[in-house]
Design a protein around this ligand. Structure first.
Ligand code: NDP
Ligand code: OXD
Length: 313
């Protein structure tokens, strides 16, 4: 069995190759170079079309992330199946990140930090959790974990998915029919959707105006993909006081340009796509388990995390 590793965006392939070789000593595993022999499986992050044009025999394309939007833009060989990471250590990080952003906003830590810089001892009035219902868009591997973590802090939690769900502690809405009610019932909006034609630009003015039953004070936490947000809509809604703030981890173009207004807006917190980082050892263990299952005769449809290209995730 031959496995090729093709990673971009500052991900070095060598440590992945070393970990994979340690787990699969009989396989021929190497970082990809143009002109290489065709492989059976590939471990990838955002490869170029040139890679797939050369690797026409691939069965499995194992993504080292959860989001597969970059892969679905490429023309794949007809038999190739995409397998994404299924948690692999990301959901706990996402839960930490979102709870931190939510609590920072709810408890007004920005204000306390500003006061502390001036040596000012001043209290803010406690706020009621019931006034800050949180809506999680996407109740998949990450969204469900995040919704449950938020519930531990006793915020009311709403969730929205494509198919109907019942999850303890989360008031679930689904599909286009449930969307407006979900927005109206949510004040803090967390985006954990995959980027698909149906979700691109979903964080746009008309939808954001529906938050919190149309009342001002909504707050956005986008940890999914930058293209979920219509950038031009955010700052006017913040400046008009309709939205109270935003924490953004993902951007239309990454790295975010140093002159982008999001960096300097007082009510936007920017982090560099750091909310849930890929954990190499856990990811390799998951990928190897799946490759071993395939080699033992399992079909792709039996594996968790196999992407349905027609759905886009
Ligand atoms: P999953 O595929 O497990 O979950 C996706 C969820 O979105 C599902 O609940 C699905 O509904 C729902 N969904 C999809 N399309 C729609 C739609 N049109 N309307 C309503 N709901 C929809 O993905 P993960 O939870 O693993 O990851 C989510 C995303 O998070 C990734 O795609 C990636 O872009 C992003 N991500 C960001 C990271 C970062 O560092 N910032 C790290 C990791 C991931 P249903 O359950 O009905 O299918
Ligand atoms: C992912 C990501 O999709 O890191 O896993 O964004």
């Amino acid at each position: 069995m031959r496995i090729t590793v093709c990673l971009t965006d500052n991900n070095r392939p060598e440590p992945w190759v070393d970990n994979l070789r340690a787990e699969l000593p009989d396989a021929d595993i190497a970082p990809w170079s143009p002109g290489d022999a065709p492989a059976d499986h590939a471990v990838v992050w955002a490869p170029a079309q040139e890679f797939l044009d050369e690797q026409q025999t691939l069965r499995g394309l194992f993504n080292i992330g959860a989001g597969v939007d970059a892969l679905l833009k490429l023309k794949l060989p007809p038999q190739t199946r995409i397998v994404r990471l299924d948690d692999a250590g990301m959901s706990v990080q996402m839960a930490e990140y979102v709870c931190h952003a939510l609590i920072r906003h709810f408890r007004e830590f920005d204000g306390y930090e500003a006061d502390a810089r001036e040596g000012k001892w001043s209290y803010r009035r406690p706020r009621a959790r019931n006034d800050f219902p949180v809506g999680v868009m996407g109740l998949g591997v990450l969204g469900e974990r995040v919704g449950k973590a938020i519930g531990q802090f006793e915020f009311p939690v709403m969730g929205w998915s494509r198919s109907p769900k019942q999850i303890d502690g989360i008031r679930c809405f689904s599909g286009d029919k449930g969307f407006d009610d979900f927005l109206a019932a949510s004040r803090v909006l967390v985006c954990l959707l995959p980027l698909t034609p149906g979700t691109r630009g979903i964080l746009r003015r008309d939808n954001l105006l529906k938050l919190n039953a149309g009342q001002p004070g909504g707050y956005i936490i986008n940890v999914a993909r930058g293209a979920h947000l219509v950038d031009e809509d955010l700052i006017p809604l913040l400046d008009a006081g309709q939205l109270a703030g935003a924490t953004l981890d993902v951007f239309q173009s990454e790295p975010l340009a140093s002159d982008h207004p999001f960096w300097r807006h007082p009510r936007i917190t920017v982090t560099p796509h750091a909310s849930a980082r890929t954990q190499r050892e856990e990811s390799v263990a998951q990928i190897v388990t799946k490759i071993r299952a395939l080699e033992a005769g399992a079909s792709f449809d039996e594996l968790p995390g196999v992407v349905d290209a027609s759905r886009g995730y």
